[in-house]
Unconditional design. Structure first.
Length: 104
């Protein structure tokens, strides 16, 4: 299940990167990426450790999409998505750390 939504999310982000590469606006692309990642976040299991793991998988999958010879606009969109994924992952890790500390 988690692999399916990761794959689906990667495809959606790559599609947006391609559309940006072909001329869509950067602000529009960023908003669409944020929307996809927000939906992705809501679809994840509530278990914080699983959330951290899945965000890590998504991060690694997007990094595999960074091809040095790719169009600079493609790279810019993918890098933006990676930065947002890292933010979501860090938020999940902080949430986990807060829960662990509250139970100590």
């Amino acid at each position: 299940m988690q692999d399916d939504i990761v794959g689906e999310c990667v495809i959606q982000i790559k599609r947006l990167a391609g559309m940006y590469q072909m001329g869509d606006g950067y602000q529009q692309t960023k908003e669409a990426i944020n929307s996809i990642l927000s939906d992705f976040n809501h679809r994840l299991e509530r278990d914080v450790l699983v959330r951290v793991m899945v965000w890590g998988i998504l991060n690694a999958s997007l990094k595999n999409s960074l091809i040095i010879s790719a169009d600079p606009r493609w790279i810019e969109a993918i890098r933006y998505a990676i930065s947002r994924v890292k933010s979501f992952k860090h938020n999940a890790m902080a949430s986990h750390a807060a829960r662990v500390a509250s139970h100590a």
